[in-house]
Ligand binder design. Structure first.
Ligand SMILES: *Cc1c(COP(=O)(O)O)cnc(C)c1O
Length: 383
């Protein structure tokens, strides 16, 4: 068994405790209670209330999106994004095998098929090189649409995911989406505050989906948000996530099948309070990442994963790259036995029973990461 004593000691000192150090827990240090009390006192706890509008406006302002629309989870933000972009049953969508299950579940809800494309070693996100190679080899354009030559299905969209808050090479992906007539939807669930060349992740595609689950950089308990540059599409998103009710003072008329996906006011209230501290949280996460980077420089055979070039990462979850699968397992065992919560990257989507049959491009880097990545404690630390 390798000796990881120094690492365990370092993480304990980083968080100033000898107790158990979790991976990522929320911080409530501001107006959360005050805003929640306001919801209860005014009885606006549910689907109507000022915090919902305020949260949407503030997130739009923060990210630079033209419009932001709340949802009850990041997963249904993705589901709605796909519907709004016209992805249909039996369409194929390029995405990563190295992602959280929500990306693929959203595709399954509408009967679309994921095609797993490899990731870059520099970003851990969808590789434009691998994407291009797959498109050149497997598709042809017919009447302004992209078709898979092997399956005959339409290839309709691409969903890159900004893994652990590190932005993908989005400019090159945008170019490929343009050339191959693909809609671009960003899974920005993990990357609030992360930027590519100064522009916020989630604002490059037709829609970007953010998550406010309890383990994310800021939380609403549970919740999500869609980001739009097209204001009209944003209005449509608002409409279909609120039961497609036609606005009227007393009549209940609905003009299409809608969804009850609107975030309740109490969750938005927490979100507004959290957002007031987002920049401070990110500064803390980046400082922790810097300390980790300096520490791991002196440790043989373990690399700390740093933000890609031209990017500003929120460092949602810190990651180290171990030497091989055996060392990864030893590291996981030692740290978890000694009060430091760590975990491997998600089981790859192409290894799960629901997606085992899906096409993939060989996934060279994806498998490489799966055998080596371990996430280490990343919670915000406030002095
Ligand atoms: C967290 C997350 C989501 C959304 O999760 P919810 O729990 O539904 O908010 C989607 N994709 C990725 C990659 C995530 O990490």
């Amino acid at each position: 068994m390798a000796d990881f004593t120094d690492i365990v000691d370092f993480v304990h000192s980083l968080y100033g405790t000898r107790d158990f150090v979790p991976l990522s827990v929320p911080k409530f240090v501001g107006n959360e209670k005050k805003y929640l009390e306001e919801c209860i006192d005014t009885t606006f706890v549910s689907s109507v209330g000022k915090f919902v509008d305020r949260f949407e406006e503030e997130i739009a302002q923060y990210t630079g999106a033209k419009k932001a629309v709340v949802c009850v989870s990041g997963t249904n933000a993705l589901h709605m994004s796909l519907m709004l972009c016209g992805i249909k049953r039996d369409d194929e969508v390029l995405t990563q095998a190295l992602t959280f299950i929500a990306t693929c579940n959203a595709l399954s809800y509408i009967g679309a098929h994921p095609v797993f494309i490899d990731v870059d070693r520099t970003t851990m996100g969808l590789s434009p090189n691998a994407m291009k190679e797959w498109l050149v080899k497997n598709t042809r354009i017919k009447n302004g649409e992209c078709y898979n030559k092997n399956t005959g299905r339409r290839v309709k969209a691409c969903i890159p995911m900004h893994t652990f808050g590190h932005p993908v090479r989005i400019e090159e992906i945008i170019q490929l989406c343009f050339e191959y007539h693909l809609e671009l939807i960003e899974d920005a669930a993990e990357s609030i505050g992360s930027k590519y060349k100064g522009q916020h992740t989630g604002t490059f595609g037709k829609v970007g989906a953010i998550s406010f689950n309890g383990n994310k950089t800021i939380t609403t308990g549970g919740g999500g948000m869609m980001l739009f540059q097209d204001e009209e599409l944003g209005m449509l998103a608002k409409h279909i996530t609120t039961q497609a009710k036609v606005p009227h003072r007393w009549e209940f008329v609905h003009d299409q099948v809608g969804y009850n996906y609107r975030m309740p006011n109490i969750n938005a209230a927490i979100g507004c309070a959290q957002l007031e501290h987002l920049d401070e949280f990110i500064a803390s996460k980046r400082k922790i990442a810097k300390e980790y980077a300096a520490f791991f420089k002196n440790i043989d055979n373990i690399d700390f994963f740093e933000e890609p070039e031209d990017c500003f990462s929120n460092y949602w979850l810190n990651a180290v790259i171990l030497k091989d699968k055996a060392t990864q397992l030893e590291f996981l065992e030692y740290t978890n036995d000694n009060g430091i919560m760590t975990r491997p990257i998600w089981e790859l989507m192409n290894r799960l029973p629901m997606f085992r049959h899906c096409q993939n491009d060989g996934l060279k880097n994806t498998f490489w990461f799966a055998d080596r990545v371990v996430n280490i404690p990343s919670s915000v630390r406030l002095e």
